[in-house]
Design a protein around this ligand. Sequence first.
Ligand SMILES: NC(=O)c1ccc[n+]([C@@H]2O[C@H](COP(=O)([O-])OP(=O)(O)OC[C@H]3O[C@@H](n4cnc5c(N)ncnc54)[C@H](OP(=O)(O)O)[C@@H]3O)[C@@H](O)[C@H]2O)c1
Length: 247
Amino acid sequence: MGKLKDQVALVFGATSGIGKATVDLFVQEGAIVYFCGRRLERGAAIEKEWQEKGGSAFFIPCDGTVDEQVKELVATVIAKEGKIDVLVNNVGVSLPGPLLEMDLEKNFDVTMDVNVKSYLRVLKEVIPVMVQQKCGVIVNTSSVGGITPMPSHLAYTMSKAAIIRLTKSLALEYAGDGIRVNAIVPGLTDTEINEGNEDFIKEIVKTIPLGRIASSEEIARGILFLACDDSSFITGTELIVDGGESL
Ligand SMILES: NC(=O)c1ccc[n+]([C@@H]2O[C@H](COP(=O)([O-])OP(=O)(O)OC[C@H]3O[C@@H](n4cnc5c(N)ncnc54)[C@H](OP(=O)(O)O)[C@@H]3O)[C@@H](O)[C@H]2O)c1
């Protein structure tokens, strides 16, 4: 308890799954947590749940693909708290499709807009704040698909590989400003992003040495490690939490 005491965290994409588990864990660890997503009822329900328990979790509706909404999101957190200590970039979609079945607009462009460009949008707003603070921690959500090829989800695997390079580039660029930037690399995890992919999951599980997929809470614990001082000398790396899937 208390690993993020009084820290202000923004979890970008947290109305379900790994993001929600991260909000829950961060609040339990003493953080003041702002989080976003497009599903208003989901976000409001999480906020209400924490208000009733006395925790600090605040939902701000935001579509990560809309510049103005992302600017407004970050401006709201700064207006309320005056700082952002931790940013977790977590929004994501996973649209299946190998190259020859991939519609470039409906699949590739949408994937890149959500999984890569929205990270850039929020980073462009938050990094100047952290530079001014002379400190900050950023955790970007990649995927095992970003470190091993996933031909059945070509746009997704490309987008998640981009997040690894983005992470390392920013880690190098901003280390001198006191900002650490790392990536979490989840393996297959039990969340809504995988709904409807039951056959795909059954096949992947056969290849996971630990014999099962992850829970959102197990991934959130990795994110917490990268977000708090337990990882104070770690930057530019990727933490793989995959039960051995990528081996
Ligand atoms: N589950 C896995 O097997 C797995 C494995 C490796 C990596 N990941 C990565 O983990 C991250 C979280 O995914 P998850 O597994 O927890 O799935 P999830 O439950 O579907 O969560 C995705 C989150 O992203 C948000 N989101 C999607 N598009 C958005 C947009 N345009 N604007 C704002 N928020 C948006 C969703 O909120 P709204 O729908 O409310 O907008 C939701 O909160 C993703 O980056 C995913 O690629 C997942």
